[in-house]
Design a protein around this ligand. Structure first.
Ligand SMILES: O=C(O)CCC(=O)c1ccccc1C(=O)O
Ligand SMILES: [Mg+2]
Length: 374
């Protein structure tokens, strides 16, 4: 596979509703898209970074810089790529910057699938024809508003409710929802807003029958999470703390979690995501696919990885219409009764609409593979 050109597009989409987590409120989504061109096809990847380094240390600017000055030149210096698994090896000398790496690797995976006339899910070894999804609900201003929101998504059929919490907006809010809906699958996401000083409060979660508590403690911790897991029955799920297969191995060994949220961008790409999936399957650790408020392109990648067999819990890949007045792909991602039908067209299976890409593009830069033209 010869990559002749890569295009980066910095884009911005307006969220239908602000999304509040323990680290801030988001009204618009700035990100960038990677287009990787061979002679006959285009592969698409999404860089799921944010404008500000709040969820992780990367930003749109740092990721663009890493992509432009290191990753694209490294990829071009290798000449031909036989399989997308090679991309993470090429990027290995550069430390971290996982979301930048993942964006380019994702475009190469899509291109590879298209060149081979298979779906991305198939290229990854996924077998599911449809996937179940839940929804991530931002912090709401009152229990009434939260219940109203839960009711809306429950009636749409989402398979589990994930509710964002932070100190002061947690047990009481969750208890109200549980009282109203004794049987729904429900979990909470702390986004690192708690410490071990909050153990007594976190123990109260056990009475609420949550599927899991996601990343309650520090973003860079796996030690305190093990201490916490030993004291609560609710399974701990790690998000922010897991950046690689190595991190997953250590967290599992220490007992820091019983479940792992795999985000393709956070772990540096689909190849690493698949390795974590495979290892967790061996260890009987269920995984699910998290979200980063992606556009349709990132959403399509999430759907493809979720077709692997150990993605046994519903992920956060909600419908396009939950986030955007208009997504940039055709068709949009549709969720019916909490289920997405996995597309079987080549590659990501959703076609980015050029006019819509152009409409929301703030900046575009092309990188020709000079080595191929001389
Ligand atoms: O709907 C989604 O894409 C998931 C939303 C979500 O929970 C999230 C969104 C942005 C950053 C971090 C997180 C998270 O999972 O912690
Ligand atoms: Mg999370």
């Amino acid at each position: 596979m010869k990559i002749e050109k890569i295009v980066l597009r910095r884009m911005q989409l307006e969220l239908k509703e602000p999304f509040q987590t323990s680290f801030g409120t988001q009204k618009e989504r700035e990100f960038f898209i990677v287009e990787a061109y061979s002679k006959d096809h285009v592969g698409y990847g999404e860089c799921v970074v944010n404008s500000r380094p709040l969820y992780s240390e990367e930003t749109v600017k740092t990721a663009w810089h890493i992509a432009e000055d290191f990753l694209i030149p490294a990829l071009y210096s290798k000449g031909e790529i036989n399989h997308p698994d090679e991309v993470s090896e090429i990027f290995k000398p550069f430390r971290r910057n996982n979301m930048a790496k993942s964006a380019i690797e994702g475009a190469v995976w899509d291109l590879y699938a298209k060149e081979n006339n298979i779906s991305l899910a198939e290229a990854l070894g996924g077998t599911k024809k449809q996937i179940e999804v839940g929804i991530s609900i931002g912090i709401q201003e009152s229990p009434e508003k939260l219940i109203e929101t839960v009711e809306k998504y429950r009636s749409e059929g989402y398979k589990r409710m994930k509710i964002k919490i932070k100190p002061g907006t947690d047990i009481e809010m969750l208890s109200e929802v549980r009282k109203k809906y004794p049987n729904i699958a429900m979990m909470a996401d702390g986004n690192s807003a708690y410490t071990l000083d909050d153990v007594e409060l976190l123990k109260e979660l056990d009475a609420l029958n949550l599927t899991m508590i996601e990343q309650p403690l520090a973003h860079d911790d796996i030690i305190d999470h093990a201490t916490l897991q030993a004291q609560i029955k609710t399974p701990v799920c790690l998000d922010e703390s897991i950046h690689s297969l190595e991190d997953a191995k250590k967290a599992i060994k220490l007992g820091s979690c019983k479940i792992i949220n795999i985000k393709i961008g956070r772990v540096g790409g689909l190849t690493e995501a698949k390795k974590i999936h495979d290892y967790c399957a061996e260890q009987n650790i269920p995984v699910w696919c998290g979200g980063m408020l992606e556009s349709g392109i990132g959403r399509a990648h999430n759907i493809a990885i979720t077709t692997l067999s150990n993605f046994t819990l519903p992920g956060d890949t909600a419908a396009s219409s939950r986030y955007w007045a208009e997504d940039i792909i055709n068709p949009e991602v549709v969720v019916t009764d909490g289920v997405i039908i996995v597309p079987d067209q080549p590659g990501i299976g959703y076609e980015p609409v050029v006019e819509l890409l152009d409409k929301y593009t703030l900046e575009l830069k092309e990188y020709e593979n000079e080595a191929l033209t001389v």
